[in-house]
Ligand binder design. Structure first.
Ligand SMILES: [Zn+2]
Length: 289
């Protein structure tokens, strides 16, 4: 990056070549993850996302810019506030790393996207909109992990971006149609699965937040790919749940009362299906056989 002078106009010339471009973008994505941390934090504190500067949630110390560099500052401060030395959650750098990873995979490593039952070639505009969709899912993941709630506002945010993605696909009307069919079929199917699950586990709580999330997932992926995402979510969730139960059992804790949020697994299943499509399931069954 450098300044160039010509006549009486200055402008910034950014040299985008090879590795430099990717590195610059990874830093941008990590900064975006920083912003998502603010979104998550202020969802709980009810503060404005845009106004007000960052401060330590414990001692209200105003965080200086050099203590606010994604990932790096957290490592440098060894996960503690500069002023009060109270621990800063490791969730902050995790969100930044995940956001950078999602951005990198969508913008630089993907060749295709799986949307509404079709395989689409990579395009910058779809990469950008889907990045916003998965940023919404990332926020949902951490709020669901913390308080087992899937807030409407983030589902609406992701859903709106999905709406615009349909305009960028080759065949808008087919894409919309399959999205709408997927939306309702998937939500009804997941409601059925969760209902049976809650009967089997003798729980009265039904995950309506997960059902609402399935609306957005179906709208993005369409019917068939939507089922791939749900299958992946149930499979990864079940494996994770069994591991958690086993570790609780080893620690002699009550492992039957395991309450596990399903939103993070739905987000993971959707992300993997959006990038790999039906290959996910095909590979899974070819490993089994
Ligand atoms: Zn502090």
């Amino acid at each position: 990056m450098g300044f160039q002078h010509s006549g009486n106009a200055y402008w910034i010339q950014i040299e985008f070549n090879g590795m430099n471009t990717e590195l610059i973008f990874i830093i941008v994505f990590a900064c975006f993850g920083s912003f998502l941390n603010v979104v998550i934090h202020r969802y709980y504190s009810k503060e404005s996302v845009i106004f007000g500067s960052s401060h330590c949630p414990k001692c209200k110390y105003k965080i200086k810019w050099f203590d606010n560099i994604p990932i790096v500052s957290w490592l440098f401060l060894q996960g503690r506030c500069r002023a009060c030395k109270k621990p800063i959650s490791f969730i902050y750098p995790i969100v930044e790393i995940l956001c950078a990873f999602i951005g990198y995979s969508l913008f630089f490593s993907a060749d295709h996207f799986f949307i509404s039952g079709y395989k689409h070639d990579w395009s910058l505009s779809i990469a950008l909109l889907s990045f916003f969709v998965f940023c919404g899912f990332l926020v949902i993941t951490f709020i669901d992990l913390k308080s087992k709630i899937i807030p409407h506002r983030f589902l609406i945010f992701s859903g709106l971006n999905v709406f615009f993605i349909h305009f960028l696909t080759g065949n808008k009307s087919d894409s919309f149609m399959d999205g709408l069919i997927g939306m309702f079929t998937l939500a009804v199917s997941l409601a059925g699965v969760l209902w049976i699950g809650s009967l089997m586990l003798k729980r009265d709580a039904m995950g309506w937040g997960d059902v609402k999330m399935a609306l957005v997932i179906g709208f993005l992926l369409g019917l068939n790919f939507g089922y791939v995402a749900i299958f992946t979510a149930i499979f990864t969730g079940a494996v994770f749940g069994l591991l958690m139960m086993a570790s609780k059992k080893m620690k002699n804790q009550n492992y039957r009362n395991l309450e596990m949020p399903f939103g993070p697994f739905l987000a993971l299943g959707t992300y993997l299906t959006f990038l790999y499509g039906p290959k996910l399931i095909n590979d899974f069954f070819s490993i089994l056989s």
